[in-house]
Ligand binder design. Structure first.
Ligand code: ADP
Length: 604
């Protein structure tokens, strides 16, 4: 059985950076301009040392005041120009950052949205969130100080060459110091990498825990779990703090080391220069100018010590993004525009497993359901009913066999087509913050009021909505939190009905409905089943009785299946079908776990 696509970092796999090229494309011109401007900025850095050298050689000893003024005007003009082009470079880099941000944010969103559900479920939500932090890291490296630094470094060679010309006795100090800076940078990168990775992982763990706590806040409150949960939270929080401290400690250590090394290099330059002046091999002006230039050389190398970790982090971020951008996507493009299908759903020897090496959850299952028809699916918890529905909607690709829609393998249809043709109401209905209208029309915001009201009426929620002071404009709060479970469920049903899909899959949707709503739903489904295909996972007799056929699942296989009038009595061990008039008693009698009856039937 093929395993779901792994989401691991493969260090040896050559990275495909096509996505990065695409992302950098709109920023490329800006980057080139910024690099060109950096060239001028670095050349202008020569202005002050040249000024100092000239003052010492042409002004101080020869009392050339007019030369001094000329030099002063020249150097001030150079500094003003330097300020202007530095400002220009900042703006260019801001534009580059903006373009990278827009392009990368959009590509990443599109990529994550296009990933199959199983791939998304394969990692905690924190993992997907931190990818956006990785995107930020890439943006900062390509458009921030790290990028500027890379443009400054090559000029070190030029400046060292100039120092060699104006002050040969001191140049060897730099020739020794610079490689030391590079070695320390590499060591810092290595030492920081582990610390940064640890901090990142601890952060993901803590954020995931926090997200879960917030999601389960009502359960935590209801069971007063604050104290039970606190030690786990504190562990995670402490771990994050500890790792941040380790990382911060190392960052500070290398930053301080860089500062000390910078000062040591200046001292070495001045000491060597002073000895050379005593030996009359160097002038004071040349020493001052070369010290200034030396600092200009060391500055970027000092920054390199701090920034190496950013390059290493960016490399890691790029690798993670490479892995994600290389993942297979759901089909997003339709190859041909097909008309609305009739609604014949066929499963041919379909199998599915969540984990390799574990027994399949759906095991070689074959069946067909077509309109007019309503199929009831029953079975004990965990027997694979939800998984089966998700496969019918194309959310999970079978690991064996095929799912066909009107005879065509559904793997060829785009996600959007499948979502339009196969309506799916999951057990846990998720609504989005916004109005009731927006939620019902979320798949088609242009839907007419008439269609929205029709869907809401079919779902049995129209009267309730009309009763609200703001009607369809009522804000339902975060994830629909201002609504009751049953109201949420009915709005989710209306949302699924809006595009009038030929196939409708409902997973335990009556769990939160009152008896009246359940009966209304049964009537709606019975009506729809005349020209739609309906598959309903349910244990309630009210809905089961409206089905034409019933299929009992057991460990991913069909334990029993056939027309309702045949299967329903067998599910209840041949008990007489309760009279409709005695509905309440009937519900009580039938609300035993029908799945248990199904398996009992199977074993007998
Ligand atoms: P049912 O809807 O019949 O209660 P499900 O289809 O939800 O059952 O689950 C079938 C089996 O698959 C269960 O044993 C469950 O533990 C397992 N399962 C469901 N979802 C996942 C998942 N995302 N990852 C791993 N196992 C899962």
């Amino acid at each position: 059985m093929p395993a779901p696509e792994p989401l691991t970092l493969d260090e040896d796999k050559p990275a495909s950076r096509k996505w990065l090229k695409e992302v950098l494309k709109p920023a490329r011109a800006g980057l080139r301009e910024a690099l060109l401007v950096s060239l001028f900025i670095n050349l202008l850095a020569l202005a002050v040392p040249i000024f100092v050298l000239q003052v010492y050689t042409r002004v101080v000893f020869s009392h050339g005041v007019s030369t001094l003024y000329a030099l002063l005007i020249g150097v001030v003009a150079a500094l003003v120009f330097d300020f202007i082009i530095r400002q220009a470079r900042s703006r260019m880099l801001q534009r580059v950052a903006l373009r990278i941000d827009v392009a990368l944010g959009r590509s990443l969103y599109d990529k994550i949205s296009a990933l199959p559900l199983r791939t998304l479920e394969g990692r905690p939500s924190g993992f997907w969130q931190t990818l956006f932090r990785d995107a930020e890291m890439v943006r900062n490296t390509f458009s921030g100080s790290a990028a500027v630094l890379l443009t400054d470094l090559p000029f070190a060679v030029l400046f060292v060459a100039i120092i060699y010309v104006i002050a040969p006795p001191v140049v060897w100090v730099l020739l020794i110091a610079l490689p030391v800076f590079v070695i320390v940078s590499i060591i810092s990168g290595r030492m920081m990498q582990g610390a940064t990775k640890g901090e990142r992982q601890a952060g993901i763990g803590r954020d995931a825990f926090l997200a879960e706590m917030l999601q389960g806040r009502s359960t935590i409150k209801a069971l007063a779990l604050e104290r039970t949960i606190k030690p786990a939270w504190e562990d995670k929080h402490a771990d994050t703090i500890e790792r941040a401290l380790v990382r911060g400690g190392r960052t500070d250590m290398f930053s301080n080391l860089g500062t000390t090394m910078t000062m040591l290099t200046t001292i070495a330059l001045v000491t060597t220069g002073a000895l050379a002046i005593i030996d009359l091999r160097l002038t004071i002006g040349a020493l001052i100018a070369s010290t200034m230039l030396g600092n200009r050389v060391i500055g970027p190398f000092n920054q390199l010590v701090g920034n190496w970790r950013n390059y290493a982090n960016c490399r890691q971020a790029l690798k993670r993004l490479d892995t994600v951008f290389a993942l297979a996507e759901d089909r997003t493009e339709r190859s041909i525009r097909l008309s609305r299908p009739e609604g014949r759903l066929t499963l041919e020897g379909v199998s599915f497993g969540y984990e390799e090496g574990r027994p399949p959850v759906i095991d070689n299952l074959s069946m067909e359901v077509k309109p007019p028809g309503m199929l009831g699916v029953v079975g004990r918890n965990g027997c694979g009913k939800t998984t089966l529905l998700k496969m019918m909607q194309g959310l999970y690709a079978p690991t064996g066999g095929r799912v066909l829609l009107d005879g065509g393998d559904i793997s060829q249809f785009s996600r959007r087509d499948l979502a339009t043709w196969v309506g799916y109401v999951p057990q846990e209905c998720f609504l989005f913050a916004g109005t009731i209208r927006e939620n019902i029309a979320i798949t088609d915001p242009e839907a007419s009021d008439e269609d929205i009201v029709k869907a809401a009426t079919l779902a049995g929620v129209h009267d309730y909505v009309l009763d609200l002071p703001d009607g369809y404009a009522t804000e339902i709060g975060e994830a629909g939190s201002r609504l009751s479970g049953g109201q949420r469920q009915r709005i989710a049903i209306a949302r699924a009905l809006l595009p009038d899909p030929p196939i409708l899959l409902l997973d335990e949707v009556s769990g939160n409905l009152d008896m009246q709503a359940e009966t209304a739903l049964r009537n709606t489904l019975g009506e729809l089943a005349r020209d739609h295909t309906i598959v309903v996972v349910t244990h309630t007799p009210v809905l089961l009785r409206a089905c034409n056929n019933i299929m009992a699942l057991d460990r991913g296989r069909i334990a029993m299946g056939g027309p309702t009038q045949e299967i329903l009595p067998r599910l209840f061990g041949g008990a007489p079908r309760p009279a409709e008039a005695n509905a309440e008693a009937a519900v009580e009698a039938e609300q035993k776990d029908v799945a248990l009856a199904a398996s009992a039937e199977k074993s007998s």
